[in-house]
Design a binder for this molecule. Structure first.
Ligand code: HEC
Ligand code: HEC
Length: 353
């Protein structure tokens, strides 16, 4: 007992004398103990070893408690660099949109500018994006993962393959997109269709949202994705700035008419995903409502749905009472099952080295 204490004191002393060793994580490893029933994509999603210096996982920016969004305006990547945009929630994304939208092949609109639609194909992008995870060489990443015991076990279990090409970029993408497309969410509003009632305050907010202020002309809150991927009006300029630093869709289409147009975001779990907008400029829903109330500026691409009858920016002059009702309605979109679902949580256990 006494020797144990001495060893403990001695190791603490060593730990405090070295900067690196004083890091509480230095003597700990994050590992997977039991792969039974574990989705490989879930392990990949939470694994910091997917970044070049083992600091950043997908889950560093897409955090379950915030509906897989981040709670800062811009997130921090592997090298302490900031992302260029606000990390969006991950929810209700599909590999197989055909099932939900028969006849349409546009699929998801991924990213704030909708530049990708195929979930599996976009999956490897965050890893090769230097701001996020710093991986430039996917083959090197595969070699790295092959040297980790639990990936050996997981990929052999999934693919029944023991060859040298056990872990490939394609298989990583397949596993990640399968996990990510399984992150689905339902809220009170979805249940309203099945007879579940909103509180009087939420109901007032619903009426303002659908009727008086017609927020629903853009935000399709009752849809699975919260927006209509096949809708040519799925993008809008909502008059945030006179000149947009980030051109949004305009930077992709190179058409000046698209400058400042961004994908109309899903409002599912909006109460969890602050801060708001593509650059996270608003920290609260109250600030968002103030924007629609009296902050819309006259950008030349301002969406018609946000103009008054004279063609300039609308001022909704939303009263405090109405604002509270709108916020209650927006908060009713929170799905607590999503943020507590153990099947979507961090599967790693922390062990001493
Ligand atoms: C450093 C932060 C960061 C990391 C790490 C990160 N992401 Fe993201 N993610 C973002 C940002 C920011 C965006 C939005 C980028 C844009 O719109 O241009 C995004 C967008 C996405 C989207 C599109 C969501 C939508 O609704 O359009 C998906 C899916 C996604 N990320 C999955 C992942 C996966 C899987 C990983 C790990 C392989 C990952 N991300 C790692 C910050 C991050
Ligand atoms: C013309 C279409 C349009 C209308 C009408 C509209 N919105 Fe939006 N809304 C958008 C777009 C586009 C964004 C993202 C803009 C950006 O980031 O540049 C957005 C962003 C938001 C966000 C933040 C979402 C996030 O994830 O950051 C909230 C909340 C919101 N709107 C609520 C409302 C409410 C409430 C109303 C009605 C008073 C409304 N919107 C009316 C298009 C619209």
């Amino acid at each position: 007992m006494r020797t144990n204490i001495l060893i403990l004191v001695a190791s603490l002393a060593i730990a405090f004398t070295s900067c690196q060793k004083s890091d509480p994580e230095f003597n700990q490893v994050r590992t997977i103990e039991n792969i039974d029933g574990l989705h490989t994509g879930r392990v990949l999603f939470y694994d910091k070893q997917l970044s070049v210096n083992n600091t950043t996982a997908c889950a560093s920016c897409h955090r379950q408690q915030f509906a897989f969004a981040d709670n800062v305006s811009l997130s921090t990547g592997f090298n302490n660099q900031r992302t260029l945009r606000n990390s969006p929630p991950i929810q209700n994304l599909r590999n197989d949109n055909e099932i939900f939208f028969p006849g349409f092949t546009t699929g998801n609109l991924l990213f704030w500018d909708g530049r990708e639609s195929n979930l599996t194909e976009m999956m490897l992008q965050p890893m090769v994006n230097h701001r996020e995870m710093g991986i430039y060489d996917l083959e090197a990443l595969c070699d790295k993962l092959e040297s980790i015991d639990y990936y050996q076990e997981l990929f052999i279990r999934d693919y029944g393959d023991t060859s040298a090409n056990l872990i490939t970029p394609g298989r990583i993408a397949e596993q990640l997109s399968s996990f990510v497309s399984g992150i689905t969410t339902f809220n009170k509003m979805d249940n309203t269709m099945f007879g579940m009632n909103l509180s009087p305050q939420e109901e007032l907010g619903r009426q303002l949202f659908f009727n008086k202020y017609d927020c629903a002309s853009c935000h399709h809150v009752t849809q699975f994705s919260g927006y209509l991927p096949q809708d040519t009006n799925a993008f809008a300029n909502i008059g945030l700035d006179v000149v947009y630093e980030d051109k949004g869709l305009g930077a992709i289409s190179h058409n000046a008419k698209d400058n400042g147009r961004f994908r109309i975001p899903s409002l599912k779990n909006i109460g969890l995903t602050a801060p708001y907008m593509h650059d996270g400029r608003f920290s609260t829903l109250s600030e968002v409502i103030d924007h629609y109330s009296h902050g819309i500026v006259n950008h030349q691409n301002l969406d018609n749905r946000l103009k008054n009858q004279f063609g300039s920016s609308a001022k909704f002059n939303i009263t405090d009472h109405e604002k509270s009702a709108l916020i209650s309605f927006l908060n009713s979109f929170t799905d607590f099952n999503l943020i507590t679902n153990p099947a979507l949580s961090d599967p790693f256990v922390i062990k001493s080295k």
